[in-house]
Design a protein around this ligand. Structure first.
Ligand SMILES: C[S@@+](CC[C@H](N)C(=O)[O-])C[C@H]1O[C@@H](n2cnc3c(N)ncnc32)[C@H](O)[C@@H]1O
Length: 282
């Protein structure tokens, strides 16, 4: 199948309007390959007709979901961007817990937004299990969301290949994973810590239900968005965070040109973004 630039732009706009994901023209081959799978499944050979189906006939959004499942990039692995995780555990988390002690609020809420197959939220779960911070498991919530329903199914199973666990320290691997053939089953102790939900970050109505978070990890998601989608997502994240809460983006992602609402702090040698809180320190 050959996708004309016109058809590519039409489809790109449909995906962008729904998911905030922006494909540059150089992604034409990527889109063509994935589109082919869906058109074959529906026995369509005309892209224009397929687009019209998506716009006018896909009443319950099931075809759009199938398409999005193919169009997202889900690259992830355990202990990704380890320096951020260390900064979180050694600096931001103790700081938030100290504030909570003062206000006698012991409930800790963490959100992995764009969690893919679960490696990021599960890594956070493992780190919290391992920490000496004496956290009450009944007062700890890790919510993990993604737009891709297929990847969420995989996340729920908690079974990983060796590529996913390649950066897991050996003693952690031995303690929290059971080998099954050449794969690794995450222990239920960690699996039970994470609640997975389907959520499109562009869905402003559902975003309004996400409240009271102390930490949002949205790493390596904004690279697929354009500036408008990033701006609206950050504005929503601001409302989802508690005062003094932190947002972690991927290494290559910065919010400085998108939002001035967050305080820029240095924690553990890294730049982090914090929602202004009750107690302002530098
Ligand atoms: C590259 S993965 C990042 C996974 C993990 N955060 C990490 O850093 O390893 C990007 C994820 O963002 C998700 N995503 C893309 N657009 C989204 C949207 N509009 N709403 C929710 N999730 C989205 C994709 O499905 C994908 O799983």
């Amino acid at each position: 199948m050959k996708l004309s630039v016109e058809d590519f732009i039409k489809l790109r706009n449909i995906i962008y309007d729904r998911a905030g994901i922006f494909f540059e023209t150089k992604k034409l081959y990527f889109i063509t390959k994935r589109l082919q799978t869906r058109m074959k499944a529906l026995s369509y050979n005309d892209v224009d007709k397929y687009c019209n189906y998506l716009i006018f006939k896909d009443k319950f959004g099931s075809e759009m979901q199938q398409l999005l499942n193919l169009m997202t990039t889900n690259e992830t692995y355990f202990f990704r961007e380890d320096d951020q995780l260390k900064a979180f555990m050694q600096h931001s988390l103790p700081e938030v817990l100290d504030q909570k002690r003062i206000t006698n609020n012991r409930h800790l809420k963490i959100w992995s937004a764009g969690c893919s197959s679960g490696e990021e939220p599960y890594t956070l779960g493992i780190l919290l299990q391992e920490s000496k911070l004496n956290l009450n498991p009944h007062r700890l919530e890790i919510v993990a969301t993604d737009i891709n329903t297929q990847i969420l199914d995989k996340a729920g199973k908690g079974v990983y290949d060796s590529r996913s666990v390649r950066l897991v320290p050996p003693h952690i691997l031995a303690q929290y994973f059971n080998p099954i053939g050449d794969r690794f089953q995450l222990s239920s102790q960690v699996k039970e810590m994470v609640q997975f939900q389907h959520l499109n970050l562009m869905d402003t109505f559902k975003m309004r239900l996400m409240r009271g978070f102390d930490f949002i990890f949205c790493r390596n998601v904004f690279i697929y968005f354009d500036q408008t989608s990033r701006k609206s997502t950050l504005a929503n994240f601001y409302d989802c965070l508690n005062p003094g809460g932190f947002i972690y983006l991927g290494h290559s992602e910065s919010i400085t040109r998108i939002s001035s609402a967050f305080n820029i702090k240095r924690r553990g040698g890294l730049i982090v973004h914090q929602k202004p809180g009750m107690k302002e320190d530098v």
